[in-house]
Design a binder for this molecule. Structure first.
Ligand SMILES: [Fe+2]
Length: 527
């Protein structure tokens, strides 16, 4: 029987039932018989706060020979040391059949600013050991921290050697900014091809995540430190927007059902909290919504805000030839371009972000680090007064972008640093209040990162595009990799790291460029 995706209420009921069942004697739940290790997808941790973190794994068929039971009992341990001698906490969790035997343990009551080790056990099988950490307490003074930002890891386009090198970067956190999986069946000149065809059903999404998560380099990076994650379009379908279907691949009868299946599979495979399942947004179809935007505090040093610029966004407008999805558009001939009713984040998330920024007013000069999907800065593809812009990114939602920068200005937001992905290229520059005026105020800075593997157009016309968009201080459209941000109270330093050849598993790593931003001054300085 094909599994049907669950609606939001059912998902939450399963999670609640799983938690309640833990109070039953262990034998009430089936102990799986194992033909081999069920931990082939590795382990992960994420969504850290100063006293809590989510531990994740998923038991994999066919290692499981499951008796008739809705779930399998999984033991977990969290320790101060990697030999698991000083156990800080341990317990049991249920890998529910309804959630693809995924396990999400929300460990509470941990010490702040502390590294821990964790592992899972079923029968005689023991998972790999993961390393995770809590954030410093909200008021604590912090000397510094290091995070990496990454996005867009299309399987067919390359190997994940970037993650093998990232695991050596001594990081406290990874921000993943979207396109964790791609839904395509194959690619031209593929380096490797995932099993299965187009990804359309819950089964398909689960299989695609499982394929990606079998990669040892990706597993190593998940095991190295906690992740904060958001999604973009390819976790569902290329260029979808809100509840508007995207383009590419077979038509489905009901896009809401497809999106729900994709969101459920995202939950099943990411170290996120069950709370993402419980918050309804007015006007959204039941089961179609998952609240993944959030904000967390890293001592006095920084706040980390993860945005969702895909789930609530208005459909792209004026797509070429009357098609769906994205294209470049001449904004002068597109009547809908500046309609203020069009949104990137949705009204609820916009209000939430404005309130969060309002709450920091005058209180703090900490770094406001935003992880979101795409490039904020305008890229006009045509020299001269005519504007040719990409209609899927922030350029296609200029009124929404102005609301975002107006909110930052209204609250005199200090030290805004926006990290992005989506474009598969590195773009660096100030965030301008008005991109038509080069002298316009900078309200923050942005580092939009290249992809882990996904292809881009190359540097052929890059010099021309940069000359036409002089607010950017740097761009590179060829190299793949990730960025490392070292945050200290006085400055941030961003290093763009790129692999030698994304089509080689043994690729080496090098630094493409380095930048600094001083506290209190939204100016990007190349080092
Ligand atoms: Fe992408």
């Amino acid at each position: 029987m094909k599994p049907n995706s669950l609606n939001r209420r059912e998902l939450f009921q399963w999670v609640a039932a799983g938690a309640a069942a833990l109070h039953l004697p262990p034998r009430a739940w089936a102990q799986a018989r194992l033909s081999s290790t069920p931990f082939t997808l590795g382990v992960a941790s994420g969504s850290p706060t100063h006293d809590s973190v989510v531990l994740w794994t998923r038991l994999m068929q066919p290692a499981l020979q499951v008796p008739t039971s809705p779930g399998i009992s999984v033991r977990w341990e969290l320790a101060d040391d990697d030999k698991f001698i000083r156990i800080a906490q341990s317990g049991q969790s249920l890998a529910l059949a309804a959630l693809a035997y995924s396990v999400h343990v929300e460990v509470q009551g941990l010490a702040p600013d502390r590294w821990y080790f964790y592992r899972f056990m079923v029968g005689d099988a023991v998972s790999a050991t993961g390393r995770t950490r809590t954030f410093p307490a909200p008021g604590a003074a912090v000397a510094g921290m290091r995070l990496a930002y990454a996005s867009c890891q299309r399987w067919e386009h390359g190997f994940y050697s970037a993650y093998r090198h990232m695991a050596q970067e001594n990081l406290d956190l990874v921000m993943f900014l979207g396109d964790y999986i791609y839904e395509y069946p194959r690619a031209f000149n593929a380096v490797r091809t995932p099993p299965g065809g187009w990804v359309l059903s819950l089964d398909d999404y689960r299989q695609r995540y499982a394929t990606y998560k079998q990669d040892v380099d990706l597993q190593a990076m998940h095991a190295a430190c906690p992740w904060l994650v958001t999604w973009d379009d390819h976790e569902v379908q290329n260029d979808y927007a809100g509840l508007t279907v995207g383009e590419n691949g077979p038509e489905v009868a009901d896009f809401v059902t497809r999106r729900s299946a994709a969101y459920q599979a995202f939950y099943e495979h990411m170290p996120v909290r069950a709370a993402v399942l419980t918050r309804a947004v007015a006007g959204m179809a039941s089961g179609a919504e998952m609240r993944i935007y959030n904000r967390s505090q890293y001592g006095q040093l920084a706040s980390f805000t993860m945005l969702d610029a895909r789930q609530y966004k208005s459909a792209q407008v004026c797509t070429r030839d009357g098609k769906r999805g994205s294209s470049t558009v001449n904004s002068a001939t597109c009547a809908e371009w500046n309609n203020p009713a069009r949104t990137m984040l949705g009204a609820d998330q916009e209000r939430w972000l404005d309130a969060a920024w309002g709450s920091t007013q005058g209180k703090s000069t900490a770094w406001n680090i935003i992880g979101q999907q795409s490039l904020i800065g305008q890229r006009n593809w045509k020299a001269g007064p005519e504007q040719i812009l990409w209609n899927d990114g922030w350029d296609g939602y200029s009124a929404a972008r102005t609301r975002l920068t107006d909110s930052a200005r209204k609250h005199s937001l200090a030290n805004l640093v926006v990290l992005g992905g989506d474009v598969h290229e590195n773009w660096v520059g100030p965030i301008k209040a008005d991109y038509s005026q080069l002298s316009s105020t900078a309200v923050g800075v942005e580092f939009c990162g290249t992809s882990i593997t996904s292809r881009s157009g190359g540097n052929g016309k890059l010099a021309e595009t940069l000359a036409g968009n002089p607010h950017f201080v740097f761009a590179d459209a060829e190299r793949k990799g990730y960025g490392v941000v070292e945050i200290t109270p006085g400055q941030i330093k961003t290093t763009l790291r790129v692999v030698s050849d994304v089509t080689r598993q043994d690729a080496s790593i090098e630094t493409l460029a380095e930048f600094s931003v001083a506290s209190g001054r939204p100016v990007v300085q190349r080092i």
